[in-house]
Design a protein around this ligand. Sequence first.
Ligand code: C2O
Length: 534
Amino acid sequence: CRTRHYKFNVVLRNKTRLCHTKPIVTVNGKFPGPTLYAREGDNVVVKVTNHVQYNITIHWHGVRQLRTGWYDGPAYITQCPIQTGQSYVYNFTLTGQRGTLLWHAHILWLRATVHGAIVILPKLNVPYPFPKPDKEVVVILGEWWNSDVEAVINTAMQAGVAPNVSDAHTINSYPGPLSNCSSEGGFTIPVESGKTYMLRIINAALNEELFFKVAGHSLTVVEVDAIYTKPFKTNTLLITPGQTTNVLLTADQGSGKYLLATSPFMDTPVPVDNATGTAILHYTGTLATSATTFTNPPPVNATPVATSFTVGLRSLNSKAFPANVPLTVDHSLFFTVGMGINPCSTCANATRAVSAVNNVSFVMPTTALLQAHYFKISGVFTEDFPGNPLIPFNYTGTPPTNLQTMNGTRLYRLPYNSSVQVVLQDTSVLAPENHPIHLHGFNFFAVGRGLGNFNQSTDPANFNLVDPIERNTIGVPKGGWTAIRFRADNPGVWFLHCHLEVHTTWGLKMAFVVDNGKGPNESLIPPPSDLPVC
Ligand code: C2O
């Protein structure tokens, strides 16, 4: 194992997309940002220096951060932000993970442009559990906003206003050859006939789950969220914000140019950026001027396509990579996720949209929760997050019977190494909607999924405890539920939230506090001396 050193300088840089030039926040002037390469077991050291007027933090999305919560990155959860002119050195080890993850800013909506790939190769001389691809390519799906993204978040916080949607979907930051400004260029993957390519695909978009297709080629999923899967062949991928998917693609069409396409999945009548982001798969020897074979992405509300992809994934669960699903449950939790009604009917922004978990709309603290926890600073958070809805109701009824929310910075406390089950239940408050829920600090197993209200007496009998997919971000289906299990083997404070940034902004988030264990290597490490202060 080695140590990999990186320097991330956060700087403004002018970029032109959709014929609009504007300064955006970048890492090292790159958009998307630099790819971080390492092997399983390596130590990664990244010095982040902030040269912009915004406060910044970087989150290593999906990295377990075993006992190193100080380097996880969500602002005001595990650290105070890095202020203008300041630096912070993130220092963590990649344990038990191999595949693709992403890093992104974790403050305001800066991750719209501040993001990049994390490529974790297997340990030296350890092969992939699938045929070695001839070449690997990082493919980052994202969005382009003509307006200032920070202005969009401000509209989201105003009364009765739905925030703007993005202006284009992008592949490696380009809207691509179908856009009106296609002369700006786009991303091209050169391929040789007969060779196999591994695409490391990341959804770095703020607010949209995305479909992904390649004209004329099928895709075999071999890994998601840095966990190997049983090979799963498909024509269309669904990737929610925060998720990553490695696929094998064999260049079996001989010659030609083929379109890569990404488009949104949204089966709820909310505003959506309907543009298709594109790129080109280009067989060597094919003239640049020759015609491209097109593909139509699924319609925006193609729920069956999304569902068949989601339910088709399984953990590899081989001898070398077993699925260690917790078979018993110490903490059985039930979280409603969805919209709510503003608790303050007399406030100026009384009609502003609110999201909540178990009717609690999370209020960001002004100092970091992990510091408050470690140094026992009182008054920052409470530990009374409800493990079950305070008043059970017909979650998916029309209209639902419980719209109320309360504000709070409430955490749920877990003893070290306890096994936890969380049923995530979407609600129909305002409208049922898909929610990609992300848990920091852990991978979890998605043991069950269904439509309607979760039924405690009949649904658990159908849980898959053998080879459920293991990941860090999972879509809770519209008007339905998803059950996850994980072992609380990582002491610290860990954020759980919807990875649609607009919902996070509105309060669809909470945090777990996990106690230290009694053993020698079961405690959160002490904070580093350069930990930013608020
Ligand atoms: Cu990728 Cu808390 O986020």
